[in-house]
Write a protein that binds this ligand. Structure first.
Ligand code: ADP
Length: 427
């Protein structure tokens, strides 16, 4: 089975979001945590698409280019016929990069003179019209992204945003062409190429626009986008939405939730879990800072309850409580202490037979995945928009079912409905 689409994502939860869209459009997808060595021991996975998750969004541009080119080399080795560079749907970048420099490095390596760029994802409220990105009902430059600490986005015109970070001229495939269909988009691409443009921002305000764009870019060696364009590509190889694409091995073993997110949605999910009366252990950062072995206590607690159903270990607190802790220990130090503790808890839970694990929090997920030594995730059925179950081979040979939920995702009953969905899928 050959890998058709090779994807390079500039962060971890973005990679899962992209993989999830591809699965829903009918591809079987494996997500790799970082780039395996070319020609290394790990064989190319049995999948229609492979998504390599990098951490390259906000590192210096030269580093982002280097890791992206390594990913490209691995994906081409695995047989990928088209490359998809995935970035954030709010086009997070600065005039120094990294979207422009990585795009151009990939174009050079692939020997192609043209690609498209669109962060549009209408289902998540990201639309592009006349080159301008809207976040919900407001222009990007008027949204909260204006104040982002690392990549403040003050200009909503993506043609000028991208032009500031590329050497190639940037054009626009505007909505008239996209609305007129794939042939009109191809004609527009021919015009832009003839005029010497190397990249074109593509408008899209609906899923139908993305489907038309997807068909139009079938023969481009490289596409660059948020995760939205993924809904329009699988059909180019004849894939159709099918539950088989999301099939995972049967789930076995104990169930647990590890929550290290303090976002509003996770606070609600923790409350809903506590309301069910199921066993839950609260991790107090101040006790960790005082040198107490909170991870060992959490594991002893979990050990007593795992046989009876899901157990929750959480550091989730109200924003006021978190600020109080940060005031005493420092924000970075508190985050680090909690991440390290929860990663140890996740490791201990797996040692105690947990094989179905829900993790809440983006950074927390990264820490847990590293602690468990996971190298790849097969993407399964979606639990809530953007959050799929995954199956990962454990270093010992067993399979771990896990879902990595970034803070604000998921409905209020996520911590219980996720296990019910997995049980239903596994029957
Ligand atoms: P989200 O996806 O909601 O942003 P993350 O896991 O990415 O969640 O980030 C949450 C951060 O807050 C982590 O660094 C975590 O260790 C830290 N944290 C979690 N609980 C607490 C707490 N009670 N006090 C202080 N910091 C905390």
């Amino acid at each position: 089975m050959t890998v058709r689409l090779g994807c390079i994502a500039d962060d971890f939860t973005g990679a899962t979001d992209l993989a999830n869209n591809l699965v829903r459009a009918g591809m079987r997808v494996v997500q790799l945590i970082d780039v395996p060595a070319v020609g290394g021991a790990q064989p190319a996975p049995d999948a229609d698409a492979v998504v390599i998750a990098l951490k390259s969004r906000t590192v210096p541009a030269a580093e982002a280019v280097e890791s992206s080119l390594r990913a490209l080399e691995w994906l081409r080795d695995a047989g990928a016929e088209q490359i998809y560079f995935k970035y954030c749907s709010t086009f997070d970048s600065t005039p120094a990069g990294n979207i422009g420099p990585v795009t151009e490095a990939l174009m050079d390596a692939l020997g192609t003179d043209f690609t498209v760029a669109t962060p549009a994802f209408p289902d998540n409220g990201r639309t592009v019209f006349k080159g301008h990105l809207f976040v919900g009902d407001v222009l990007l430059g008027d949204s909260s992204m204006r104040h982002h600490p690392l990549t403040p986005m003050t200009d909503s015109n993506l043609v000028s945003v991208l032009a500031a970070q590329t050497t190639r001229p940037v054009g626009l495939i505007d909505h008239r062409a996209v609305a007129a269909g794939a042939d009109a988009v191809r004609t527009r691409i021919t015009e832009l190429r003839a005029a010497g443009d190397g990249v074109a921002i593509a408008d899209a305000v609906s899923n139908d626009d993305l489907l038309r764009l997807g068909a139009a870019v079938r023969d481009l060696p490289l596409v660059t986008a948020g995760s939205g364009l993924a809904i329009g590509l699988p059909a180019n190889w004849g894939f159709k939405p099918s539950p088989a694409a999301a099939q995972l091995p049967p789930a076995v073993g104990h169930q647990a939730v590890v929550a290290g997110s303090v976002s509003a949605a996770t606070n609600g999910q923790v409350r809903a879990f506590l309301d069910t009366g199921r066993p839950a252990f609260s991790v107090d950062p101040l006790r960790i800072a005082a040198g107490e072995d909170v991870a060992a206590e959490a594991l002893a607690f979990a050990g007593r309850h795992l046989a009876d159903g899901p157990v929750l270990v959480y550091s989730t607190e109200s924003p006021e409580a978190v600020r109080a802790v940060q005031g005493r220990v420092g924000a970075a130090e508190a985050g680090e202490l909690v991440e390290r503790t929860l990663a140890r808890v996740a490791q201990g839970l797996v040692e105690r037979g947990v094989r179905q694990l829900v993790v809440a929090g983006g950074e927390t997920s990264g820490a847990v995945v590293r602690a468990l030594g996971l190298a790849s995730l097969r993407i399964g059925p979606q639990i809530d928009p953007g959050v799929p179950w995954c199956a990962a081979p454990l270093p010992g040979g067993d399979t771990l079912h896990l879902t990595l939920k970034s803070g604000n995702f998921g409905g209020p009953d996520f911590f219980t409905t996720s296990f019910a969905l997995l049980a239903g899928e596994s029957r």
